[in-house]
Ligand binder design. Sequence first.
Ligand SMILES: Nc1ncnc2c1ncn2[C@@H]1O[C@H](COP(=O)(O)OP(=O)(O)O)[C@@H](O)[C@H]1O
Ligand SMILES: [Mg+2]
Length: 251
Amino acid sequence: MEPLLVVEGLTKSFGGLKAVRAFNCRVNQRTVHALIGPNGAGKTTVFNLISGLLKPDAGRIRLEGRELTGLPAHMVSRAGIGRTFQTIRVFRDLTAEENVLVGLYAHSGVSVVRSALRPPVDRKLRREVEAALELVGLAPSAGTLARNLSYGEQKRLEMARALAWGPRVLLLDEPTAGMNPTEAAAIMQTIARIREAGRTVMLVEHNMRVVMDVSDWITVMDFGEVIAEGTPDRVTSDERVIKAYLGERKC
Ligand SMILES: Nc1ncnc2c1ncn2[C@@H]1O[C@H](COP(=O)(O)OP(=O)(O)O)[C@@H](O)[C@H]1O
Ligand SMILES: [Mg+2]
């Protein structure tokens, strides 16, 4: 069976800097695929290329056999790729439920101002919002303003918003950044649940406990290139990886 997401030869330069070169990966359905590597390795750039925020200089991106290369971000999103960002982007003065709802409307292309905040909200949409909040463990906080949620909860709210419309692949960029161990554990649990629900996740993450615990497959980057890939056990015993990433340099 063809992998869900296939990326081949992806390359991107910024001026003279080759941020990503000949990047390949194959993400299988119902797996968590981690992308790790030192700071500046090119991980976020890979996500920006896959999600259409940046155009590659070379290479191809296919989702379920469909060519996504060169499509603008909103088309990529509609084709089935959802994402969260390194920094939190929630509407602080909307409730958790409203945040997810706005995401759903934005995705379906309906004018947010015209429809999203005006009752009555469609029953089906309401159910989708509830299911997404449930999946990230925020169902009890549906009516809470985002500004009153903890940092970890806001991060999970972002995940719910990115999940609600049912993307085929969810890209999570450093979901545990800036978190204490308790919050990071909650994120870890959430990722495991998303996977159990049959979803597919691509994850950039520095916290190696999280990576080892939730990943089925790991791709390791250094200086824009893939230096290793495999199961967590295999990758963490790879000499090149230990040298580049796990051992000497701080990530
Ligand atoms: N928009 C940009 N313009 C110029 N340089 C960039 C841009 N985005 C990223 N870079 C550079 O590309 C390299 C890879 O960055 P990035 O993908 O953010 O790495 P990572 O997410 O692995 O830390 C870095 O050297 C970074 O400074
Ligand atoms: Mg990054």
